[in-house]
Ligand binder design. Structure first.
Ligand code: FE
Ligand code: FE
Ligand code: ZN
Length: 280
């Protein structure tokens, strides 16, 4: 069974997201734990979680993916900025225990001129401060496009962070198709080679989620501009092939494509499912 969904607004709570997902043919979803620009998170309502659990059973939703605010920078130079990132990560991981055993994705950070080696050390140290043995969540580092001083532009940078995390059995990777494409990994024409490299550098067992986005830019552009599936340089066939690939088909797939409303995600999910059927 294909596990596929999209990014949804969390403003109406967990049970609402489960309903919205089911209404567009999705059986998973991604959401921001709080305002994507940071700030305080709303308290989790135990009644909402109870309703959510019922809806998950009803709609066969097993996996959900929380996304950290993208403005966090655990590799920041300024101590206050780093402190804020560490506190937010720790708070998010505590809140994630309302839905135990799920996935939490974060952008590793940006070294802001300190160099990737320093950035990698700072990120691993931040995770070591936030992640506790009692946490049941798997923390995913997202593959990045390599814009500016972003860390995570190569599989090696992610492997170097994970190897420095003490509780590394709680760590995984979320592969974003637009980001790796922009980072120079040709998932459209050389998926098997890319997956071989991932396996050698990080280990395919670490790969826990896929962000499926087309890219507005050519291979290796280091830009990070998402496009709707089939509207960019990667294409629908390549995305469908990933959802059907024997090394990937068990993973959850999440759209983060530019759409005005959720119905458009429903159409995109249907198109991917149809193209995938052709390949099976
Ligand atoms: Fe992201
Ligand atoms: Fe992404
Ligand atoms: Zn992106």
């Amino acid at each position: 069974m294909l596990t596929i969904g999209c990014h949804l607004s969390s403003s109406k709570g967990y049970a609402n997201m489960a309903d919205v997902a089911a209404s567009i043919g999705a059986n998973t979803f991604q959401f921001f734990t709080r305002n994507p620009r940071g700030g305080r998170a709303k308290d989790i309502d135990p009644k909402d979680i109870e309703a959510f659990e019922e809806k998950c059973a009803e709609h066969q939703i097993q996996t959900i993916l929380a996304h950290a605010p993208y403005t966090l920078n655990p590799a920041a130079k300024k101590p206050e900025t780093r402190e804020f990132a560490i506190n937010t990560l720790a708070d998010d991981l505590t809140r994630m225990e309302a839905t135990p055993g799920q996935l939490y994705n974060m952008h590793p950070g940006a070294h802001v001129g300190q160099g990737p080696e320093v950035g990698i050390e700072l990120i691993a140290d931040a995770i070591n401060q936030a992640l506790k043995p009692e946490h049941t969540t798997t923390v995913l580092l997202e593959t990045m496009a390599g814009k500016g001083t972003e860390i995570g532009r190569s599989f090696q940078e992610l492997a170097d962070i994970i190897s420095r995390v003490e509780l590394s059995d709680k760590m995984g990777v979320c592969l974003d198709t637009c980001h790796v494409w922009d980072g120079g990994y040709d998932v459209a024409n050389g998926l098997d080679q890319v997956l071989d490299e991932f396996d050698q550098v990080i280990g395919l067992d670490r790969l826990r989620a896929i962000h499926i986005n087309d890219s507005k830019n050519p291979l290796g552009a280091h830009k990070d501009r998402h496009e709707v599936i089939g509207g960019g340089h990667i294409g629908l066939d390549a995305i469908a092939a990933m959802t059907a690939h024997p090394a990937l088909h068990h993973l959850p797939f999440f759209l983060e494509t530019p759409h005005e409303d959720v119905a458009e995600y429903g159409e995109e999910i249907a198109a991917i499912k149809a193209a995938r059927e052709e390949l099976l």
